[in-house]
Design a protein around this ligand. Structure first.
Ligand code: VGL
Ligand code: ZN
Length: 203
């Protein structure tokens, strides 16, 4: 497993059933994510980490509702229910995961004016999070992604990783999607077309 890392995307209370932006059946992946974390020598977690005044929250736009799309400086932006507020219980990584195994936790979405689905670049597609440099410096070139949500943060992260030159797989058995207006099929196709390995069964 030299050079290999597992990247566990946004397995946070707010994205699990009962949370502010729950991914349907998100809890069903927890045992598989745990097992993957135990198997990899290098585990990196990502954590959506928003300030209360974040632009992606419908509550910060008068007259807007969650799941509306608005236009911002960098293009269209989906509006979400308030979620993953810095320091809140909703933002915490789910307690069933062996967080102590992680060598790195990368937080994203801190800038109130820019959302960040990807763990590599914010939604302006320009601002780096530093994860690329970390992985390159550590010689981690073969990446396996899992977590939430398949069609948002997992897909954006996997696509950016592929475009940065990493060898990229997504363990679909350890992911769950939101599927807004066909977003799941669209992002699965985009990942496949980009050369991301979509792994169906157990790894
Ligand atoms: C996510 C919507 C908003 C995700 C994060 O983790 O997929 N989705 N923020
Ligand atoms: Zn978010």
């Amino acid at each position: 497993m030299a050079g290999e890392a597992l990247i566990v995307v946004d397995v946070q209370n707010d994205f699990l059933p009962g949370g502010a932006l729950a991914v349907p059946d998100g809890d069903l992946i927890l045992p598989t994510v745990q097992a993957l974390m135990m198997r990899f020598d290098h585990v990196i977690l990502t954590q959506d980490w928003h300030p209360q005044n974040h632009q992606s929250f419908a509550s910060n736009h008068q007259g807007a509702s969650a799941y509306d799309t608005i236009n911002v400086d960098y293009g269209p932006q989906t509006l979400w229910p308030d979620h993953c507020i810095q320091g809140s219980n909703g933002a915490a990584i789910h307690g069933s995961l062996p967080v102590d195994k992680a060598e790195m936790i990368i937080r994203k979405g801190m800038n109130p004016a820019i959302d960040s689905y990807s763990a590599f670049f914010e939604n302006d597609r320009k601002t780096p999070t530093g994860l690329r440099g970390y992985l390159k410096e550590r010689g981690l070139h073969k990446l396996t992604f899992c977590g939430l949500a398949t069609d948002f943060c997992v897909a954006y992260s996997a696509l950016d990783a592929k475009n940065c030159g990493f060898d990229v797989s997504v363990a679909l058995g350890a992911c769950a999607g939101l599927d807004l207006n066909g977003s799941l099929d669209l992002m699965l196709k985009t990942m496949n077309d980009t050369g991301v390995n979509l792994l169906m069964g157990a790894l």
